[in-house]
Design a protein around this ligand. Sequence first.
Ligand SMILES: [Fe+2]
Length: 213
Amino acid sequence: MCDLGHDHGHFGFLVDAPEIRALIAETARVTSAIRDDAARVDALRPAFAALLAADGWLPEACAQPDASSRMGGGIGQYALYRAEDGSLCLFSLVVPAGAATPVHDHLAWGLVGIYRGRQDETVYRRLDDGSDPSRAQLEVAKRQQLGRGEFYTLLPPADDIHYVTTISDTPSISIHLLANDTACVWRHRFDPEHGLVTPFRSGYANAPCPPEA
Ligand SMILES: [Fe+2]
């Protein structure tokens, strides 16, 4: 289920566990009931916290670094649930000890929390107006450390650009519930020092992205 090539569908519940089904069902309920993104994300906090607090639902195969990572650093990104229409996904992100993600954006509302290990997160504020697609002027807006059960919300464009580093001596595993098919949408990686922006599609380790149009 967390390796490419297994005989399963690439959408729906790639990992079928009651804890995951409960969160996805609650997300569907809240999404139809609440129109406002901020209120919706807030309403999802208890269900998301419950998933982070539960043990036993994440297969070890979805908790491993990925040597062939497109993000580099052995970072593994494993789809756990994907809506076929691209409106929602749940995935695990495994960042080896000492490794860091690129500086990147997400382009969708969602919740991100720590399941194992510990991460240091650096969030950037964008100072330019985004009119040049190849450039971005960024400054550090905040830094925080997160451990098991701690999570933050994403409400782009606010606080949507960040990177994380694993500061535990074991890999960190963060769980992401986001309102797109995150690894398959074209998003951006940033070089804050040189003000550069590059199109970026991270890909899942265990599921292909749809063919490009
Ligand atoms: Fe991220």
